[in-house]
Design a protein around this ligand. Structure first.
Ligand code: ADP
Ligand code: MG
Length: 264
């Protein structure tokens, strides 16, 4: 029996996100079929698959940008399906987009501070008198995050002037300041140099120590095998395997469908 109330799965692990029997059709195209995924608390769960497999569609269903044709997504016992993206975000789910969404005309530092205003605890709405103190606190938090993502030196420049890779790291800092319970990353290292990719892997490892649950959609095998606790393989809209990195690497179906027998 599949668990569907976001508490425990068969292994006794805490399931924070359950994608339950999700289908998504686009005008006859079966983009997602019979997707059942359980994401465990505190784990990094990677979803890999070739271009067009349905990875971004799955993420968009989770965050409420797309309604599934059937099925549901359950986060910590709450059914997300039918909720608006901002409501889902308020519940503690943040996403780093494949194409960064930033405030191009604002300084880098303000980009990081802005999303904290929407933080779940509503910190900025509670009391006018604590506002200035909180703003200073927030600025320090934003600066620390910019240090972590390697953008501190650029904090006063316009975000629009950053390189593509730097914009992605800025967006990551914008997500982290919201202190999400679940962080979804859609190809977080796309467009980055190998050096920047490795810096980002180190940063994501650091986040892992803080116990945040992460779903990472990734094409780059180096990133996947460096970070994932669990890997699910998506091919033609279906999950063809879920397991530990080693199991996935050794699975002949996976090698045929995706890895082409070439990795590593
Ligand atoms: P991936 O992220 O794994 O590359 P996508 O989820 O973007 O794959 O796409 C899965 C399939 O669904 C592809 O065949 C794509 O062309 C199709 N698709 C994605 N979004 C739409 C849409 N909004 N309308 C129609 N077809 C779409
Ligand atoms: Mg995609």
């Amino acid at each position: 029996m599949q668990n569907s109330n976001g508490t425990q799965n068969g292994n006794g692990a805490n399931v924070v996100l359950h994608v339950a029997d999700v289908y998504k059709n686009f005008a006859g195209l079966k983009a997602l079929s019979d997707i059942d995924l359980q994401i465990e608390q505190g784990k990094t769960h990677a979803i890999i698959g070739p271009n067009g497999a349905g990875k971004s569609t799955l993420l968009n269903v989770i965050i409420g940008r797309l309604a599934p044709t059937s099925g549901a997504v359950i986060f910590d016992g709450t059914i997300l399906t039918g909720k608006a993206p901002h409501e889902i975000n308020q519940l503690g789910i943040s996403r780093v987009f494949q194409t960064p969404e930033i405030f191009a005309d604002l300084p880098v530092l303000h980009n990081v501070m802005a999303p904290a205003f929407a933080r779940r605890d509503g910190a900025f709405r509670v009391n006018m008198f604590t506002r200035v103190a909180r703003e200073n606190e927030l600025r320090e938090e934003a600066e620390a995050l910019l240090q972590d993502v390697g953008l501190y030196e650029r904090r006063d420049g316009h975000a629009g002037a950053l390189s593509r890779g730097d914009k992605r790291r800025l967006e990551l800092a914008m997500c982290l300041i919201q202190r999400p319970r679940l962080l979804l990353l859609d190809e977080p290292t796309a467009g980055m140099s190998r050096h920047d990719t490795n810096t980002t892997i180190e940063l994501l490892k650091k986040i892992k120590l803080s116990g945040m649950t992460k779903v990472i959609i990734e094409h780059d095998m180096h990133v996947v095998f460096s970070l994932a606790d669990t890997i699910s393989v998506l091919a033609q809209g279906q999950i063809i395997a879920t397991g530990l990195p080693k199991e996935i690497r050794d699975d002949p179906r996976v090698q045929q469908a995706y890895l082409g027998g070439t990795y590593p």
